[in-house]
Design a binder for this molecule. Sequence first.
Ligand code: PHE
Length: 375
Amino acid sequence: MKSFLRFLPLPVLFASVLAASAFAQEKIKVGEFASLTGGNASFGQQSHRGTQLAIDDVNAAGGVLGRQLQLITEDDQSLAGQPATIVQKLIAQDHVVAVLGEVASSKSLEAAPICQQNQIPMISPASTNPKVTETGDYIFRVCFIDPFQGTVMAKFALAHGWKKVALLTDVKQDYSVGLAEFFVKYFKENGGEIVREQKYSSGDKDFKPQLTSLKAAQPDAIFVPGYYAEVALIGKQARLLGLKMPLLGGDGWMGDSLLKVAGNSLDGCFFSCHFSTGDQRPVVQDFIKKFRAKYKEEPDDMAALGYDSAMILAEAIRRAGTTENDKLRDAIAATRNHPGVTGNITLDEKRNAAKPAVILTIRDGGFKFTQSVAP
Ligand code: PHE
């Protein structure tokens, strides 16, 4: 080797050594945007931890295509307007091969058109509003969608004999507005009656006027398809005003401060979500063990979905044999039966995943598994 190198012209030698080391070291850049701070910080912190754990797992096992993955994470501060700027930067400046994010549907809906325009695949871990993947053929998600989730909760209410339901919707969130709509559709078509509807906006703190109005309509239950921060206050204020009926909700209830703020005021309430730590499949128990070891806490839905989104991307890069955008897009679209921690993931022709929903109830300061509902 030494003697051979001696005969190479010096510039060629330098160039080839540089090229070889650059190739070996060049990491595959994956972008992530998440609400690490601000009103939905629990969403972003959890999804980021799950995503990072998957990237670390892949890298520890040798990476993909002989290269390590590099996760470039940006905080959108839970603010509208940030996802667009951030994703633009991830694509134009960092040259990421794909984008992972967001949890909240409104945030994903901001970023999706930019990824689509640039033909960079985007995988949302947890945004359930149907419009997200309808943006275009480069936009995917690894979770179920709200027409399913809304139906699950409407059926659940009817099965309990709660035929008169009131609604309390967050008009600032596409997620909340959409989920309310899908709930109502199935509920009404199957004999339910919506006795009153009230609205609020993300960030509101006082829900007493709306709750007072809902109380007067005497519903059997109230459907509150909101996010954990507001739902916690709604639960507290509802009980203070003497509303005793159960509140029902969707995956947006999942957040670290829900029970800390609500105390026991949400006891006896129900919501649908994506993941149960009680799932005994080895892939789930293994994930939980690794997550606990790394972060000293329990993974929740967003963590599990974040993990699945990054694993599906890594696997698609491996199958594509390249990070070229169109081939990578096709490989993601071809995802079938991926053994995810949130269930087996097959992406359908609309780039969504059909998976069971888990219904949890709140009791004794914790979430308790009630049932799993298949699509
Ligand atoms: N599904 C919610 C949305 O689309 C986000 C969410 C997912 C929140 C999972 C909590 C858990 O906005």
